[in-house]
Write a protein of this length. Structure first.
Length: 620
């Protein structure tokens, strides 16, 4: 049995184990799997279910059962995307599971293609790095879009080296179907155009493939995200994003945020699409970079001539991989600086003054590309280890130096250890959207009675399953008892998405881009609470994405604690009844001032399988 065969067996075993560990929970535990709530179960999943039940996917501008029947054009994350068609065809959890599996496959294949074809890495390095990239957690609504990022980079390079027109550029028309314009597509277009211009200046020729490709991408994004462009350029509706302001005030505070967030982006990535580079990739890349720099300095010292000429010659003589390592490291630092600048607000006034169209746009999301670049850097460093070949050590034995050759298996073993360590680091860190490890932990703790604590002080009791969160049986009982027929309702003490998912017509909820007029209208409802609740007032007025019934005594985060003390609800009941035509309030706690508000307690609902105790109130 050859070394090469053993090595390939280990690598493919790693791939198989990764697939099993990351995809098996959906099969074994189904809706009992722990699924992240933030920017997922609290919004997009209920939207898709509501669209499916009301046949809204292919309808352009139609009233919905959400946000007082707000038009479907304001559900910005439900365009004519690949993933939305899965929700149209399958049940919500089945679609979610399929999309996770497809995203895993897309990530692996597209990263493998980029590493193997674009950067010329060995098969083994390409597979190992692609596995690590594929298992990275990501906010589910972006999973397909981010998984195909390496592919579009490969396509750009392919068309760069094909000056004669290729009909394959036409297929770029379909790429936006797998992308997401507002988050990723706008950067893809910007970098594609920049690359086209740089290539034009460098070669003094127009690359027709890059030009046609850019046009195809633009057309594709407009078709796929037609609702968004209709709102932006036809209706020109002012959105809540126009008042988006989460930046600190004062130059000192902004500088502190900049430094903290630059460190966060450089070492950790961002929670919506974590890159997990801090513990292994960053130290590894630092060591390799230092070695390369020492080697380059020695080469410079051994040459003759002026220092700048020597440096230039050494850079020219350096290999493609050496140059790319430093270029990519500079790029990730640059993108981290841009993202930190956005978060700090240091450049916010400049954009508002000179580029007002981008004032409500998160241009700091360019950090998304770092997720890809870090794993190219990882592959470059692994390739460096492999290129060491045989290591020769001179040992002093009785005043005689003898050469001892260490087999080349050592570098290969180091590569496997580093790749396995990175995989374990990703798998065993229960960050946002890294739901597989949370599901395994939950199963071990709750069903096997074994205490498993991977991260100190992590509150595993907050791990809520898909089934627990939506509590379908409980809310179906409520609907049946009151003979529910689309009366408008509001949630108190938990995410309104639970009600939307269960078929209620909600006036509240979570939407990151909707008419500013509705944001202001909803504020009149919750004004009595915001007058005395500075934290939630600042949170709502600076964005308004969460149209919730805020309360300083009870937050909306899920909890298994059903013994909630009575809470005073501060809302304007006249606005609730007259402006919103509201009828029911489904509360997680008893409302202590219900008589004052003119509410009648209809019933209290709970069951053993639900995390909620629901107090159903009706207007008198």
């Amino acid at each position: 049995m050859t070394k090469s065969y053993i090595e390939k067996t280990i690598i493919f075993s790693l791939l198989f184990i990764s697939v099993i560990l990351f995809l098996l929970p959906f099969i074994l535990f189904g809706k009992y799997s722990i699924i992240s709530i933030h920017d997922n179960l609290d919004s997009v999943i209920p939207w898709n279910k509501m669209f499916k039940e009301n046949d809204l996917f292919l309808k352009f501008n139609t009233p919905t059962k959400g946000f007082s029947e707000m038009s479907s054009i304001y559900y910005s994350q439900i365009g004519f995307y690949f993933q939305n068609f899965f929700y149209m065809i399958f049940s919500d959890f089945t679609a979610y599971s399929f999309l996770y599996i497809i995203s895993f496959c897309f990530s692996f294949i597209s990263m493998y293609i980029m590493l193997k074809k674009t950067f010329g890495f060995s098969i083994n390095i390409s597979i190992l790095s692609a596995i690590c990239y594929a298992v990275l957690p990501v906010i589910p609504v972006w999973n397909i879009a981010i998984s195909t990022l390496p592919l579009i980079i490969s396509l750009f390079k392919y068309f760069v080296y094909n000056n004669s027109f290729s009909w394959k550029t036409i297929f770029l028309l379909f790429f936006p179907f797998f992308s997401f314009f507002a988050t990723i597509g706008i950067f893809i277009l910007a970098f594609w155009l920049l690359g086209f211009i740089v290539h034009w200046i460098k070669t003094k020729k127009i690359n027709i493939n890059l030009l046609v490709g850019f046009i195809m991408l633009c057309i594709g994004y407009v078709i796929v995200d037609l609702r968004l462009f209709y709102v932006m350029f036809v209706l020109k509706t002012p959105l809540n994003r126009s008042v988006f302001n989460i930046h600190p005030t004062g130059i000192i505070a902004q500088l502190k945020v900049f430094m903290n967030n630059f460190k966060e982006y450089s070492l950790h990535g961002y929670y919506h699409a974590s890159s997990f580079q801090r513990k292994i990739i960053v130290p590894f890349a630092f060591i390799v970079s230092v070695i390369y720099l020492i080697m380059m300095i020695r080469k410079i010292m051994n040459k003759t001539g002026k220092i700048l000429t020597r440096i230039k010659n050494v850079i020219i003589e350096s290999s493609f991989h050496e140059k790319m390592l430093f270029i990519l490291e500079f790029t990730v630092v640059f993108f981290s600086v841009i993202a930190a600048l956005y978060d700090s607000g240091l450049m916010d006034n400049i954009f508002k003054k000179y580029i007002p169209a981008l004032s409500g746009f998160n241009w700091g999301r360019v950090w998304i590309f770092n997720r890809v670049l870090w794993y190219v850097i990882f592959a470059l460093c692994l390739q460096f280890v492999l290129e060491i070949g045989e290591i020769i050590i001179k040992v002093n034995i009785r005043d005689n130096f003898e050469e001892i050759k260490i087999s080349s298996i050592i570098p290969r073993l180091v590569v496997l250890i580093l790749a396995c360590s990175q995989l374990l680091y990703i798998f065993l860190t229960p960050e946002y959207y890294n739901d597989q490890i949370k599901t395994w932990i939950n199963e071990i703790r709750n069903k096997r009675g074994i205490t498993l604590r991977i991260i100190p002080n992590d509150n595993y009791d907050t791990y809520i399953s898909y089934k627990e969160y939506f509590a379908v049986d409980l809310f179906e009982k409520i609907k049946k008892d009151i003979a529910y027929s689309d009366e408008r309702v509001v949630a108190f003490g938990y995410h309104p998405s639970v009600l939307m998912y269960n078929g209620f017509n909600c006036i509240d909820g979570y939407n990151n881009a909707y008419p500013l007029s509705y944001m202001k209208k909803f504020r009149t409802l919750i004004a009595p609470e915001l007058e005395n609740n500075q934290k939630d007032r600042e949170y709502y007025d600076s964005w308004g994405g969460r149209m919730y019934l805020y309360n300083s005594e009870m937050n909306f985060q899920p909890t298994r604690n059903k013994n909630t003390l009575p809470v005073k609800l501060n809302i304007d009941m006249e606005v609730f009844k007259n402006d919103f035509n509201g009828k029911y309030i489904l509360s997680r706690a008893e409302i202590s001032n219900n008589e004052y508000l003119g509410l009648r307690l209809r019933n209290i609902y709970y069951d053993e399988n639900s995390i909620y105790t629901i107090y159903l109130y009706q207007t008198k």
